[in-house]
Design a binder for this molecule. Sequence first.
Ligand code: FAD
Length: 316
Amino acid sequence: MNAHTDENSHEVVVIGGGAAGLSAALILGRSRRRTLVVDSGAPRNAPTAHMQGYLSRDGMDPAEFLAAGRRELVPYGVEVRRGEVTGAVRDGDGFALTLADGTALTARRLVVATGLVDELPEVEGLAGRWGRDVLHCPYCHGWEVRDRAFGVLAHPTMPAHQALMVSHWSPDVTLFLNGAVLTGEDARLLDAAGVRTVAGPVRGVAVEDDRLTGVRLADGTVAGCEVLFAAATRLAARHDVLRRLGAELYETPFGSFVKVDETGRTSVPGVWAAGNVTGPTEQVVNAASAGYRAGTVINAELLMADLTAKADARTA
Ligand SMILES: Cc1cc2nc3c(=O)[nH]c(=O)nc-3n(C[C@H](O)[C@H](O)[C@H](O)COP(=O)(O)OP(=O)(O)OC[C@H]3O[C@@H](n4cnc5c(N)ncnc54)[C@H](O)[C@@H]3O)c2cc1C
């Protein structure tokens, strides 16, 4: 293991360099806090070529967005290191972290902005089309594919929801039930939305010339569609570090997330969290906003802690 050195000692370590983490780091750097971002380089939206819905950045390449974010940290002396945080324990008033390569770090405060992993349905060929013509979110992609022939792969626990949502973006929607069971109310709303349903198990996606052409059913038939909406089976928040520190989680039908207050404070004193690790609906702009808010509160908290300690020392 590397010996501890000053270059590995920071006021704040931000774990995860996506929108949430970089935004927290930007405001911490501007607040003159010695800040390090450790990032393993696997942001959630990496498979897609365009990032939509971020005011002033609509349609930007997500990789360029993050590269611009990292460049903006340079003037404030914030360091971004490639690496994976694998261990975290409390160390006095702060924390001791370990990276996968054995590097030891210390920090007074932590921001955990590690995002989540979409665990995809086990349908042949689906993973290779993810973020291209297999889509998960109408707010991210709906406008670009409006009025095309949509397929929707039913989610086992909420089979009608996504088909009802995307019916707003196209009048041509087919819901593949793949073993899911509809309630009477589901059927009534799907009918009102003009959504067709196809029963029976789905085997794979059909692709020609690098374009999705349909959904292959178990009986070998192919039902045509140009895009397929499919929700992840589980959204696996990357909260290992937080769990190890004892942070409180909450459950959703898609997986567990880290519980935070309105400033991003977790149940562990000194640890904040922001972005998709805190909830399934955090889009890029929300993640950036949450990171910013956490950064400002951490700075204020450190400032008050240090001033209080100084005042106490004077009056002791
Ligand atoms: C296909 C697809 C398309 C999308 N399109 C859009 C869109 O158009 N518009 C939109 O607003 N949203 C979109 N999203 C959602 C978007 O990806 C998320 O809102 C956003 O990535 C959340 O940012 P984040 O900072 O919380 O997490 P991420 O962007 O996932 O960043 C987390 C970072 O933490 C790193 N990390 C994880 N664990 C560790 C560790 N232990 N140590 C160090 N680093 C670690 C990861 O490598 C990653 O770089 C899309 C999602 C998908 C799946």
